[in-house]
Every structure is written in C-alpha cells, then in structure tokens.
Design a protein around this ligand. Structure first.
Ligand code: HEC
Length: 277
C-alpha cells in the first residue's frame, strides 16, 4: 500500500501534541502463483501450441489444487522472447516467423502443407532443389505433396528472402557441427522432461563404423543415448536414439567416435530434433 493511513492523536489540555502511526491493511495478502509446466529448458516447436499448468494459492481464497480457485479466475499471458544475443538464429527462420509460413507448416506434422522435416528429407540428396523451391514459395503451387489446396504465392518476398527460408526448411545447408574423432558439441541447460528420443540427421565422413554418444555435463559424463552407424560417406540419413532423462537442467554433449587410428573428420551433424515420441 502506497500511503498507509495514519492516526494522529492529540492529547493534553496544555496543547502538547503526540502522534502515533498505525498501518491499517485494507485488502488482503497476494496470491502465490507457480508455473508447473512448461519447465525451464524444455522444448517447443514453432507453430505448435504450448501446454501449460499453473498453480495458485491464496490465504483468503484457497487454492486451485483444492478447486476453490477456478481456472476462469487465472489469466496467463505468454510472450515470445527473442533469443539471447549470442544464440544463433537462422535468418530464414527469423523471416518465416515474421510472415505466414507457420500458418500452414509445422516442424513435424503435416497440416495444410508438408512438415519441415518431410521437406528436408525429400530434398536432402538434391541440393539443387533449393532454387526451384524458392521460386515456388514466391509463385505458389500445387501437385507435389498431394495437398488439396495450393500453396499461395508470396509476392511480398524477394527471391533471396525465399532462398533463406527454403534453406532453413531444407534442414539448412549449414551444419550443427562437423566433428573430428572424439570431437564434440555441447547444448547448454537442456531439460529433457517429456523427451523420449533424439532424431538426428547425420552423414559419416569415414567408411569405418562411427559411434555417436550423448552424455550429461561433459565428455566423461553419464551416457544417456548412443548409436552406431555405418553408411556411405557423405550421405545424410536420419537416426533415432531413445534417450533417458537424467532429470533437471543439464548440459548435453554429443560426441563422435571411430577407430582411434582414424585422423580427420568423422561426422557431419545436420540437425537434431528433441522429440516427445
Ligand atoms: C496457405 C497455406 C500455406 C502457406 C501460408 C505457406 N505454405 Fe508452403 N506449402 C503449402 C502447401 C499446400 C504445400 C504443398 C504444395 C504441393 O503439394 O506442391 C506447400 C509446400 C511448400 C514447400 C515444398 C514445395 C515442394 O515443391 O516440395 C516449401 C519449401 C514451402 N511450402 C515453403 C513455404 C514458406 C517458406 C512459406 C512462407 C513464406 C510457406 N510455405 C507458406 C501451403 C502453404
């Protein structure tokens, strides 16, 4: 309360004045609000809704858990906070967030248009498709994905903008990492709650068997997922790694390993999807 009311007490027939202040609290104590989910560090995909759970308790009105406070009385507002400086955001993704693409495309599931991952898979071995797809984003079209409605034209964008967007769409020709033998890449403060598997698009750069390991904290940390792959050199494919949640926020380290005698690069990591399936 800004201006606590006070009482001034005047006494004494000689004119002496004394003053006492008493804070009179009108209103009541504020409620306690806790966001139970989503947890800090968990994942969401652009274009998909985010489920949330909030608990409220109040010393006068009871609690949401005991159903004395009904959901209608709780207002939750969400805001998308731009990435911290230093976090790399693909410029194509930046553009797509500011335009219409997410109305018809999501990361994993087909909606009006194909999912980003489907598009990435379809054209993974055809880098020259990029130009054709960029033109299609500008001019619109139908007939490739069996959709009932065409993709509308996007005359508001330039060809170079469309190329950037398609580059993101296709899984990007920029890699997450190119790893040498026992080389690693780290993702900071990740919460794996609800994540069951990691889908990784990778290409081995040697014909030797290559192991990919996911460890907690450091290259010597607890192993939470791993796989071994032997494939044609330079050819991208997707692998699925069941993952076990170590609980809480952790740094995750992805390590590539092959025969100790091998010198040079071992693995290209194109993208990693943290999946709840
Ligand atoms: C109104 C819905 C809608 C919007 C908005 C939309 N798309 Fe599409 N998109 C589609 C449909 C439908 C298809 C499938 C077309 C087909 O089958 O040929 C598609 C296909 C694609 C493809 C694959 C094309 C191919 O030939 O394989 C790419 C890439 C793509 N969209 C990118 C974008 C980008 C980038 C944006 C934002 C600028 C966007 N889309 C906005 C509906 C949409």
């Amino acid at each position: 309360m800004r201006n606590p009311p006070h009482l001034r007490v005047v006494s004494d027939d000689a004119g002496e004045v004394n003053e006492a202040r008493t804070v009179i609290t009108v209103g009541n104590s504020p409620p306690t609000v806790s966001i139970m989910s989503p947890l800090n560090g968990t994942f969401f995909n652009h274009g998909e809704s985010v489920n949330f759970q909030v608990r409220v308790s109040d010393s006068e009105d009871g609690s949401s858990e005991a159903k004395q406070i009904t959901p209608e009385r709780v207002v939750v507002q969400g805001a998308y906070r731009a990435a911290r400086s230093g976090d790399a955001v693909h410029p194509g993704l930046e553009l797509m967030k500011r335009t219409t693409c997410f109305a018809c495309h999501t990361v994993r599931d087909r909606s009006a248009g194909p999912a980003y991952l489907e598009v990435a898979r379809k054209y993974a071995k055809e880098p020259s498709a990029q130009q054709r797809l960029a033109v299609k984003v500008l001019s619109g079209g139908i007939g490739v994905w069996g959709a009932q409605v065409p993709m509308p034209p996007h005359p508001q964008h330039t060809l170079s903008e469309a190329q950037l967007m398609v580059d993101f769409f296709e899984g990007g020709h920029g890699l997450v990492a190119r790893l040498s033998n026992t080389g690693w890449v780290k993702f900071a403060t990740v919460n794996l709650a609800g994540i069951r598997s990691l889908r990784i698009q990778l290409a081995p750069l040697t014909s030797l068997p290559v192991a990919i390991e996911v460890r907690v904290g450091s290259i010597e940390g607890a192993l939470i997922a791993n796989a071994e792959t032997v494939d044609r050199v330079g050819e991208f494919r997707e692998i699925l790694l069941p993952v076990h949640d170590p609980g809480g926020l952790n740094d995750l380290v992805f390590i590539a390993k092959t025969h100790p005698a091998h010198k040079g690069n071992v693995l290209d990591l194109n993208w990693i999807l943290f999946s709840d399936k």
